[in-house]
Unconditional design. Structure first.
Length: 254
C-alpha cells in the first residue's frame, strides 16, 4: 500500500471529500521538541509507564509532579507549533478539514490556530483541583512551586490529562467518534495505532467507508489492513506539501 510521495492522490481525496477528520499522535509533535512515548528514543524506554497511573499520582503527588515536570512540562515550555500543526490549521481555515482528534496533550494544535480540536487524552495546559474541582489554565510563567496548589482552596492540582487508569476525556471522546463515523476521509498522522481505545478512530471511519490517508515515518498498525494511501515521511515535510497542493499556505509562525 506504500505510495511515495502520494501528495497528488491525497490532495485529490481531500479536494472532493465533504468531511475530513485528522487523527494525530505523538509523531506530529516530535519536531516541536516533545518526546514521543514509543520508539527508540521514546519515554517508555527510560521510564515505567505505571508512573502515569492516577493511583501513583494520588499516592505521592509531590513525586508525581516532579516526574510530570521532567517529561512533559519542561519540554512544553520551549515548544511551539511546527509546520505540520500549522498546515492542519490552514486546512481547517480553508474548509478542507472538519476537526482534529488528537492523542497529544501538548496543546500545540490549538496554539497553531486549529479551532475544532478533540483532545482525547486531555491537555497539560489546564489544571484541576483535587479538592474543589476548580479548573484553571496553566500560567504563562509555568507551574511554579511543586506540587502546584489551587488559588481558591489551597488543594493540590492535577493536570487535566488522562492517566493510564482513566477513561478517555469527555466530551472529546464522543465528539471524536461521532466525527469519525461521519467523515468520508480521515488523515492519520504520526501515530502507531497501538494506543486504545483512541486508536480505534480510523477503524470507525473506515467501517463507514471513509478513505484512510496515513502519514508516518514507518508503517503502523493501520498501514497494511486499513490504509488506502500511505505517505511515508515526516509530517513536517509532507503536510505543508499537501496544503500547498491544495493551494493553501499555512498560517505564519507566531
Amino acid at each position: 500500500m506504500a505510495d511515495e510521495p502520494g501528495i497528488t492522490g491525497a490532495a485529490a481525496v481531500l479536494r472532493t471529500a465533504r468531511r475530513v477528520l485528522a487523527f494525530t499522535g505523538a509523531g506530529i509533535s516530535v519536531a516541536s521538541g516533545i518526546p514521543p512515548f514509543r520508539g527508540e528514543d521514546g519515554l517508555w524506554t527510560r521510564f515505567d509507564p505505571s508512573s502515569l497511573a492516577l493511583d501513583t499520582f494520588l499516592d505521592d503527588p509531590a513525586a508525581a509532579w516532579r516526574f510530570l515536570n521532567e517529561i512533559f512540562y519542561l519540554p512544553l515550555a520551549g515548544a511551539a507549533p511546527n509546520p505540520a500543526h500549522r498546515a492542519l490549521a490552514s486546512l481547517e481555515r480553508a474548509g478542507r478539514l472538519a476537526a482534529v482528534a488528537t492523542q497529544n496533550v501538548d496543546g500545540l494544535h490549538r496554539a497553531a490556530g486549529s479551532r475544532r480540536v478533540h483532545e482525547l487524552h486531555g491537555t497539560l495546559r489546564r489544571l484541576r483541583c483535587l479538592a474543589c474541582e476548580a479548573v484553571s489554565a496553566l500560567a504563562d510563567s509555568g507551574l511554579g512551586e511543586l506540587p502546584p496548589t489551587c488559588r481558591l482552596c489551597g488543594g493540590i492540582l492535577r493536570p487535566e490529562i488522562v492517566f493510564f487508569d482513566e477513561g478517555l476525556a469527555e466530551p472529546a471522546r464522543s465528539d471524536a467518534f461521532a466525527a469519525a463515523a461521519g467523515c468520508d476521509a480521515i488523515l492519520v498522522v504520526g501515530t502507531s495505532g497501538e494506543v486504545l481505545p483512541a486508536g480505534l478512530l480510523p477503524w470507525t471511519a473506515a467501517e463507514q467507508g471513509a478513505t484512510v490517508i496515513e502519514i508516518n515515518t514507518v508503517p503502523s498498525a493501520y498501514t497494511e489492513p486499513l490504509t488506502d494511501l500511505f505517505l511515508q515521511g515526516s509530517a513536517t515535510a509532507l503536510l505543508p506539501r499537501l496544503a500547498a497542493a491544495l493551494d493553501l499556505a499555512p498560517p505564519p509562525a507566531e
